[in-house]
Design a binder for this molecule. Structure first.
Ligand code: HEM
Length: 428
């Protein structure tokens, strides 16, 4: 055990008062933050320490990324042993297999999928504009992000029935017990949704395998002409690596679906919420790709959908001169880090002109996609799909919300509550 002082801890009575009030976790974290650079709290016999200072964030997720591990994920019953929950060598080899498809030139293979999915939303908005009917932006952008990820996984466009089965993952996650090991029976409708999702995945695996065999018979190899889909890549791996059972392939597909659609959909929704409050920014961004990119970066600063990234110290550690005993939970909180007035002047204000940043930020100061070895696999994919859709919609339509925007919900993801109804009009 290292010598030295423990971090400061909130008074247990303050934690009990917070728990009794039913207030969201972010309120307790805000309290912890006012106490100093590294403050913790105890709940149910467990110690958790809030980590928001960029130097400490960099230490926990970046340089010390192997020593602070992910605790078993709440969504594990849904996503199984996929890349988000896997650790050690299994995680490394899973990540290696797909990395090149999502970085560098690898992401070019998704351009035609993203464009086709964006065209569908533009078409839907054109129809709404013609009829003078409001649209639900939250739903439209969600259909888009499920469509892009499904096309990338399977090379197939999304149909409405598949969409319903896939988008049910958020209800499944919400119904899972919050505490790992809480083996409560799932409500019957959630069991049904899970069964429908599994069937959908296994059917996609079977069909892709069938296409591979047909392609091999025709061309002598199993990958489609314009490069393999994610599913093709996984099936290819299964031919030489027995670790890739149909179960693991299913887990990886569901993982990419869960990790890949909700964050992008919520970010796009937040962008429209912010633009609605700042019509002058909306006008500037219409037809200007760089301005659209800046809007998205600033949206991700104010509303990083991955607002809380929990880790656990495997062994005794020292952080900022304080002793972190093995087993302590460390709560990295990009939401609070991104509102640090020392890094971001007037941090609560929506100012896309902050991006691209002129002077390099301290490491750990801006992390909507995480940092270190477990940073987001889909960063480039997500930015590209969001730029294409937001840019395409702003260039052609004006947007005005018709109902008040819901409050932020700090769940697994950070999202605005409820739908986002808006009237869209063709620019003249
Ligand atoms: C705006 C959109 C997105 C945001 C804000 C986002 C954010 C994040 C964050 C913060 C993490 C790290 C979690 C942690 O350290 O605990 C992460 C991990 C991950 N993301 Fe994303 N993500 C987005 C879109 C996507 C997309 C489109 C994909 C898939 C194509 C994806 C796939 C993944 C995967 C597989 C991981 C786990 C990586 C690993 O553990 O090795 N994400 N994402």
């Amino acid at each position: 055990m290292t010598d030295g002082m423990l971090p400061d801890f909130l008074d247990d009575a303050a934690v009990a008062a917070w728990a009794a009030s039913g207030a969201p976790l972010v309120d307790l974290l805000r309290q912890a933050r006012t106490q100093g650079r590294l403050t913790g709290f105890r709940r149910g016999g467990r110690a958790a320490v809030l980590v928001t200072d960029p130097r400490d964030v960099h230490q926990v997720l970046g340089v010390g990324g192997d020593r602070y591990v992910k605790r078993s994920h709440r969504a594990r019953p849904l996503i199984g042993d996929g890349m988000l929950t896997a650790t050690g060598e299994a995680w490394r080899s899973q990540r290696r297999l797909l990395q090149a498809m999502f970085t560098g030139r690898g992401i070019q293979r998704w351009e035609h999928h993203i464009a086709a999915a964006a065209d569908r939303v533009v078409g839907r908005w054109a129809e709404r504009a013609r009829r003078g009917e409001p649209t639900d932006i939250a739903e439209d952008v969600q259909f888009f992000t499920v469509d892009t990820i499904w096309r990338s996984l399977t090379d197939q466009p999304l149909d409405q029935e598949t969409y319903v089965d896939l988008a049910a993952v958020q209800d499944i996650v919400a119904a899972l017990p919050a505490d790992v090991g809480g083996a409560a029976a799932l409500p019957p409708e959630v069991e049904t949704a899970l069964a429908a999702l599994d069937e959908r995945m296994h059917r996609a695996i079977g069909e892709a395998r069938g296409r591979r065999t047909a392609d091999r018979d025709a061309h002598g190899h199993g990958d489609p002409v314009n490069g393999p889909s994610v599913l093709d890549r996984l099936l290819g791996a299964a031919e030489t690596d027995p670790a890739y059972t149909d179960r693991l392939i299913r887990d990886e597909l569901v993982t990419l679906l869960v990790a890949g659609y909700e964050s992008s959909a919520r970010t796009l929704t937040w962008a429209f919420v912010l633009l609605d409050r700042h019509p002058e920014v909306m006008e500037r961004a219409a037809g200007d790709a760089r301005a659209v990119e800046a809007v998205l970066s600033e949206t991700l600063r104010l509303y990083p959908t991955g607002w809380l990234l929990p880790r656990q110290a495997v062994a005794d550690e020292t952080l900022d001169g304080r002793r972190i005993p093995a087993g302590t939970d460390l709560l990295v909180c990009p939401y609070l880090t991104h509102r640090d007035p020392e890094v971001w002047p007037d941090p609560e204000a929506f100012v896309p002109e902050r991006f691209p940043v002129r002077t390099p930020l301290p490491p750990g100061a801006y992390l909507p996609f995480g940092i270190g070895p477990r940073a987001c696999l889909g960063t480039r994919f997500a930015m590209r799909e969001m730029e294409v859709l937001l840019g395409g919609l702003l260039a052609r339509f004006t947007v005005e919300t018709t109902e008040p925007v819901g409050e932020p919900v700090f769940g697994i993801n950070l999202r605005p509550a409820g739908p986002l109804y808006a009237r869209v009009r063709e620019r003249t």
